[in-house]
Write a protein that binds this ligand. Structure first.
Ligand code: GUN
Length: 334
């Protein structure tokens, strides 16, 4: 049984999954079912722990950082936040904290919402020229007066650990592994691989077409090799008859940015669901006054799934772990 799965409960749902699962996890699971006739028509839903896989990635990072240290190199990351959006501020702080925990060089620039385009460009230029900085990330979204595309283009592509620069987008499409892949889809792919979920030949529906998640996710899944070779459909807010499309999916990646959007009617029995959403919704009875929910209506979708990620504790920790991995890669390539 993989350490990255938690068996949640047994549901009386027929096994129809085409999402082939590989590795020790599913082998033992299937053997268990085949040897017990009473369970033959039941499906076990697995909760994929992003927290556990992220910890494994972080351990790999620790080893690489130690190796770089012997060569006198220390990866450095600069995270830039413009404005005071509370969610963005929380993300930036946790990125900075993870860097410090790992012993990376970390620069956190928190700039006022009144920062001009020219001032922000000047900060990016100075980070481009700083030899102690190997990765630069400008937290998205910036305030409306900032031309985000121009800022992204101003970042040195060799330091673009977000993978948003056109050079890195092109490298992903060209399957050139020297480029940087956006951290969230890279984390989703790593989750699928570590959970032993076979993507080769699988029908995958990516729900959402953003530059941060949907588009790079589709490119990664259709690329050749491990964690790829999938047949990918990208659906979005203008897609007609969405349930008929998502019900064809062996794997659904929900990245539409709407709280609890994906319902049981969208998912067929035995599908794998990766929930990218992190939405703050009001919860007056909690201390913070809000709670985090994903893009998936977990309680009604989970019983139909062969595997699903939770929110929190799913894709979120993977995004930060892959940012650390990308920063180390940038340092190695520098
Ligand atoms: N905002 C939400 N996700 C991301 C991300 O991965 N990178 C940046 N720069 N901003 C984000």
């Amino acid at each position: 049984m993989s350490e990255f799965f938690f068996e949640v409960r047994t549901f009386a749902a027929p096994m129809k999954s085409n999402a082939r699962q590989v590795g020790a996890v599913t082998e033992s699971f299937r053997v268990g079912i085949d040897s017990q006739p009473a369970l033959r028509h039941q499906s076990h839903m697995k909760l994929i722990s992003g927290t556990a896989v992220a910890e494994k990635v972080i351990e790999e990072c620790r080893r690489e950082i130690a190796e770089l240290a012997t060569a006198g190199k220390k990866p450095g990351l600069a995270v830039v936040l413009v404005g005071d959006d509370p969610a963005s501020r929380a993300y930036v702080r946790s990125k900075d904290k993870k860097c410090r925990d790992l012993g990376l060089h970390s620069v956190k620039l928190e700039l006022p919402a009144s920062t001009t385009q020219e001032e922000l460009l000047a900060h990016v230029q100075s980070l481009n020229n700083d030899p102690t900085i190997h990765g630069i990330l400008v937290q998205s979204p910036p305030p409306p007066h900032i031309d985000e595309a121009a800022i992204v283009r101003a970042i040195d592509p060799a330091k673009d650990v977000d993978g948003f620069h056109p050079i890195n987008v092109a490298k992903l499409a060209l399957e050139d592994s020297s480029g940087f892949v956006p951290c969230t889809p890279l984390g989703c792919q790593r989750l699928l691989i570590d959970a032993g979920i076979e993507t080769k030949g699988a029908n995958v529906v990516v729900l959402g077409r953003s530059m941060i998640v949907g588009k790079p996710m589709a490119l990664l899944l259709m690329a050749k090799g491990i964690g790829g070779d999938a047949t990918v459909t990208v659906a979005h807010s203008r897609t007609k008859d969405l349930p008929s499309i998502t019900r064809q999916a062996d794997i659904i990646i929900a990245a539409i940015g709407r709280p609890e959007f994906l319902k049981a009617e969208h998912v067929r029995e035995g599908a794998v669901v990766i929930d990218v959403g992190i939405n703050r919704v009001e919860a007056p009875d909690t201390a913070k006054g809000y709670k985090l929910v994903g893009d998936v209506a977990f309680d009604e979708v989970a019983p139909k799934c062969s595997a699903i990620t939770p929110v929190p504790g799913g894709v979120g920790p993977m995004t930060i772990a892959m940012l650390m991995a990308n920063t180390i890669k940038a340092c190695k390539q520098s």
